[in-house]
Design a protein around this ligand. Structure first.
Ligand SMILES: Nc1ncnc2c1ncn2[C@@H]1O[C@H](COP(=O)(O)OP(=O)(O)OP(=O)(O)O)[C@@H](O)[C@H]1O
Ligand SMILES: [Mg+2]
Length: 232
């Protein structure tokens, strides 16, 4: 649980996190299991919310909190509205042309919730972040606000991506990388140069044991290999 908290809990201290690995390496499966533990944990407080964003429209199938089903929503206003009652919302963005505007609306709404309730906190998991963040040269103002000031507002961002270099602005704003098998040596150099992470040394181990992952907390700079998570 300590590790899950380190990844997901908006504790006001930790920066954004990146979960990284090639297609099928186990990222979504792991983050879903970890998120489910967070949802069950009382330590996140009753005013904490989890928002799972999935452009691929998969993840958290059949999700329930208590007896309540959490179904994916396509309309961002419904996502935001449902957060008033539910501990979690699943957003499946539909229109890639308006995804920026919708994301901005989500972020500004979370800041509004925070403004209205100082105990409010939230975690946004952006799955397949490469689909839309990577393609953009500039970040929207709300994305900037989220990445640069989310920590102090206890609104935490976790990016899940095929690539390690998601976004220039993020570089100084990430302090945890969870690396699954990245498949491709092209990431070794950026991992080293940008994050001081030696992926090369661990790449064979990650490759030879499918779904295993490397936990790299930049605060202690000591990457640790973990066996695949068990899930059902
Ligand atoms: N820990 C695990 N143990 C056993 N099987 C796993 C594990 N993690 C993932 N898998 C299997 O691998 C498949 C792909 O995993 P997952 O969808 O989590 O990959 P991903 O990294 O999110 O891929 P993508 O980038 O394409 O979204 C899963 O459907 C599951 O069958
Ligand atoms: Mg996935």
């Amino acid at each position: 649980m300590e590790r899950i908290d380190r990844l997901l809990k908006p504790d006001g201290k930790n920066l954004s996190a990146v979960v990284f690995g090639k297609a099928g390496s186990g990222k979504s499966t792991a983050i879903e299991e970890w998120a489910k533990s967070a949802i069950k944990s009382r330590s996140y407080g009753k005013d904490w919310r989890l928002i799972y964003v999935s452009p691929k429209h998969e993840g958290f199938e059949g999700m329930k909190i208590g007896k309540k089903k959490i179904t994916p929503q396509f309309d961002i206003e419904e996502v935001v509205g449902s957060l008033q009652k539910n501990r979690m919302a699943i957003w499946f963005p539909e229109n890639m042309n308006s995804i920026d505007l919708e994301f901005d609306f989500l972020v500004s709404s979370l800041y509004d919730y925070k403004e209205a309730n100082p105990n409010f906190s939230a975690t946004i998991i952006l799955d397949d972040a490469q689909v839309w963040v990577e393609a953009r040269k500039t970040n929207s103002n709300e994305m900037k606000r989220l990445i640069l000031t989310g920590r102090s507002k206890q609104i935490k961002t976790v990016l899940v991506s095929h690539g390690l270099v998601i976004n220039k602005m993020l570089e100084g704003q990430v302090d945890l990388i969870v690396a699954f098998d990245s498949g491709n040596p092209i990431w070794w150099k950026s991992a080293q140069d940008r994050f001081n992470l030696d992926l090369e040394t661990h790449s064979e181990a990650l490759k030879s044991k499918p779904y295993s992952f490397l936990w790299y907390d930049m605060k202690d700079e000591n990457p640790i290999l973990f066996d695949p998570i068990q899930y059902n």
